[in-house]
Write a protein that binds this ligand. Structure first.
Ligand SMILES: Nc1ncnc2c1ncn2[C@@H]1O[C@H](COP(=O)(O)OP(=O)(O)OP(=O)(O)O)[C@@H](O)[C@H]1O
Ligand SMILES: [Mg+2]
Length: 228
């Protein structure tokens, strides 16, 4: 895929199975978010295919991909600034036909561990509760695959542990396939079944987190550039 005349993603291939967490890692600018844009349909690739449950969705627009089960979260947890939690859920419930019920919202809030009063303005929520609210709105739609872009960003360690528990349950109990972008390798090994490393728009390693992190080119691309 090219952007502004530059090759951003080159021959990238990855897949996620139901009930599996794939960690996507790589230095800044490696192309991780751009890959999510291609998968969710906001960027078009010049060649190659995107499949969901065996169906070719390469030409489907963003909205239709969401309708058939592709969920996506963003690096920044942006919530509607003028709405309360309840109003945010109501808007999300009415975004789909047939409308989802309040019961669906309550179920999703429990699954996302969202435990705030529903009359709280969404803008007053802390980073983790914002992420939980966004996740709950997505879960109501019963996604098949969730693309999560740096969901641990801005969270403290205890919150990251809780996030791992939430994601693990989505995968183990509901069979959702999760692709998760994370900068910090040590966080990925705690939760991912499989890891894929991108550098300069190419996959440079793929395997279990342990295999990938022992790989010399990963160490060069990753450790030397961000110096963790
Ligand atoms: N809309 C755009 N137009 C032009 N170039 C872009 C655009 N979006 C991203 N890029 C470039 O594509 C490359 C990959 O960016 P991308 O945001 O996908 O990286 P990333 O791996 O998600 O990085 P980070 O870890 O910082 O989030 C970068 O060189 C970036 O400057
Ligand atoms: Mg990114």
């Amino acid at each position: 895929m090219t952007l502004a005349g530059r090759l951003i993603l080159d021959q990238v291939s990855l897949s996620v199975n139901p009930g599996e967490i794939v960690g996507l890692v790589g230095p800044n600018g490696a192309g991780k978010t751009s890959l999510f844009e291609v998968l969710c349909g906001r960027y078009q690739c010049d060649s190659g295919r995107v499949n969901l449950r065996g169906k070719d969705i390469t030409r489907l627009p963003f909205i239709k991909r969401a309708r058939i089960g592709l969920g996506r979260t963003y690096q920044s947890p942006v919530v509607p600034s003028a709405l309360t939690v309840a109003e945010t859920f109501r808007a999300a419930r009415k975004a789909r036909r047939p409308y989802m019920s309040r019961h669906d919202a309550e179920w999703a809030a429990r699954l996302a561990h969202l435990q705030v009063p529903w009359d709280t303005p969404a803008a007053a929520l802390g980073a983790f509760d914002r992420r939980k609210l966004i996740l709950a709105c997505l879960l109501m739609r019963r996604p098949v695959v969730l693309l999560m872009d740096e969901p641990a960003s801005g969270l403290i360690n205890a919150e990251i542990d809780e996030l791992d528990v939430i994601i693990r349950r989505l995968v183990d109990e509901y069979g959702i396939g999760v692709i998760l972008i994370e900068h910090r390798l040590e966080l990925l090994s705690a939760v991912a079944d499989h890891a894929v490393v991108l550098d300069l728009g190419q996959v440079i390693a793929s395997g279990t987190p342990e295999q990938v992190f022992a790989n010399t080119s990963v160490k060069q691309a990753y450790f030397e550039t961000i110096n963790v």
